[in-house]
Design a protein around this ligand. Structure first.
Ligand code: GDP
Ligand code: IMO
Ligand code: MG
Length: 426
């Protein structure tokens, strides 16, 4: 056992939470390395649904430890609420630790996210309005407040004061919005500090030692390839690096310590928020996919935009992440379709592209080049073996594997942790 990374290969919501939960029972550590509570990771256990935003999806096993790593942005109020939800359900929570290097999402970040989105009109990103972008902006501008600052209330109060003074100028002078109250934020923060301080650790040596001792460390990606700040459909992206490289930066481990990179790929494509989406189906088929796949955001409840599987995106994700394995999810949703399409290229201004171009403007003019495959009618949600799958479903999987040039290790055929077909050992 060693370092395994699980990443999203599309625009998020591929089913990463479920896969982390499936692999998590044997993990010594499950570590989040980027993003924040913009994530919504669903885990279904015996019919009961848990949606995790900040907590790693390994929480429900309780065998290993769960760590919110240095590269994550933490909203303490949200974290405490999530912990309480698990506590109320009788689940174990004392195995959750937070890195002292992680940055804190403060109430003014959430407010700024909302104000920026509202002021952007039709140029809005469609963020989750959880304060992610403003918090990462402060981190990069070296103004952020970190978890370690919670351990020195005087320092914390000073940093809060400086930051809020600047944000209040923005609120009143730029956005014509009311000021936020320092005393009120400080009072709430002090409560959060009391409730969280026993979970604060320096996670970096702990994770590295575990890897050196050949323990099983599972790194849980949030968001996905096309939402990556550097490689996604900029500016319609999130503010972190959800690709495999993000692990080394966000958890503080060398790339040499990562043994497998598992890409989670939905059998079709969805996207929440604005931005180009070449294979989007704004028609009955798209609506059918949304209804059949229950494609509504786990964080914001927004309807997800739906379309055919885009293997230009898939190949790009395989390359940038250096995927060693692919897990296909939600292939059960496609049962009943006469024909299923796979996008293998884009045509933009008469030129064929097989990799995603940088220009968002060009991407919005891209015409998908499709390959059509025959569908299948059978309900596959109770199948346990690859051999049981309908022939056309197997052809779809094999064609994906052929185009992507990466082994497909597992096929998920339903939301429950037991609904899986393993093609190879994982
Ligand atoms: P994540 O953000 O990548 O963890 O994915 P989400 O939890 O946001 O969205 C995935 C949705 O699909 C959740 O409602 C899951 O319960 C569900 N899901 C995961 N895998 C499967 C699958 O193989 N089949 C079906 N039908 N649903 C699945
Ligand atoms: P999981 O981990 C899908 C999208 C938002 C928006 C853009 C920027 O559940 O797959 P942000 O709030 O991050 O500044 O929003 O990114 N987005 C996600 N879409 N799944 C997610 O997470 C997402 N996290 C952010 O909709 O388009
Ligand atoms: Mg999600």
């Amino acid at each position: 056992m060693a370092g395994y990374v699980v990443v999203g290969t599309q625009w998020g919501d591929e089913g990463k939470g479920k896969i982390i939960d499936v692999l998590g029972h044997k993990a010594d550590y499950v570590v989040r390395f980027q993003g924040g509570n913009n994530a919504g990771h669903t885990v279904v256990v015996d019919g009961e649904k848990f949606i995790l935003h900040l907590l790693p999806s390994g929480m429900l096993h309780g065998n290993g430890k769960c760590i919110i790593g240095p590269g994550v942005v933490i909203d303490p109020a949200v974290l405490l609420k999530e912990l309480k939800t698990l506590d109320d359900k009788g689940a174990k929570t004392d195995h959750l630790f937070i890195s002292d290097r992680a940055h804190l999402i403060m109430p003014y970040h959430v407010e700024l996210d909302k104000l920026q989105e509202e002021a952007s009109g039709d140029k809005k990103i469609g963020t989750t309005k959880r304060g992610i972008g403003p918090c990462y902006s402060d981190k990069i501008s070296r103004k952020g407040i970190r978890v370690v600052d919670m351990l020195d209330v005087k320092l914390f109060s000073e940093k809060l004061k400086e930051n809020l003074e600047e944000k209040n100028v923005l609120f009143t002078k730029i956005y014509n919005a009311p000021k936020m109250d320092y005393e009120e934020i400080l009072k709430e923060s002090k409560k959060h500090i009391e409730l969280l301080k026993h979970r604060i650790i320096d996670s970096t040596p702990i994770i590295n030692q575990a890897l050196d001792e050949d323990k099983f460390v599972l790194f849980e990606g949030a968001q996905a390839m096309m939402l990556d700040i550097d490689h996604g459909t900029y500016p319609y992206v999130t503010s972190s690096s959800p690709t495999a490289g993000g692990v080394t930066v966000g958890a503080g481990v060398s790339p040499r310590k990562i043994n497998r990179v598992i890409g989670v790929m939905k059998a079709y494509t969805t996207r929440v928020g604005e931005g180009p989406f070449v294979t989007e189906l704004e028609n009955e088929t798209g609506e059918w996919l949304r209804k059949t796949g229950f494609e509504y955001g786990a964080t914001t409840g927004r309807p997800r935009r739906c379309g055919w599987l885009d293997l230009v995106v898939g190949k790009y994700a395989t390359m940038i992440n250096g995927l060693t394995d692919i897990v296909i999810t939600k292939i059960d949703v496609l049962s009943g379709l006469e024909t299923i399409k796979i996008c293998t290229g884009y045509e933009i201004d008469g030129k064929v592209y097989t990799t995603s171009p940088a220009s968002t403007e060009s991407l919005s003019r891209a015409i998908p080049i499709y390959e059509s495959l025959e569908g299948w009618k059978e309900d596959i949600t109770q199948m346990k073996e690859y051999s049981e799958l309908p022939e056309n479903c197997k052809k779809y999987i094999k064609r994906m594997e052929e185009i992507l040039g990466c082994q497909i290790t597992m096929v998920s055929v339903g939301p429950d942790r037991t609904q899986n077909i393993f093609l190879k050992e994982i």
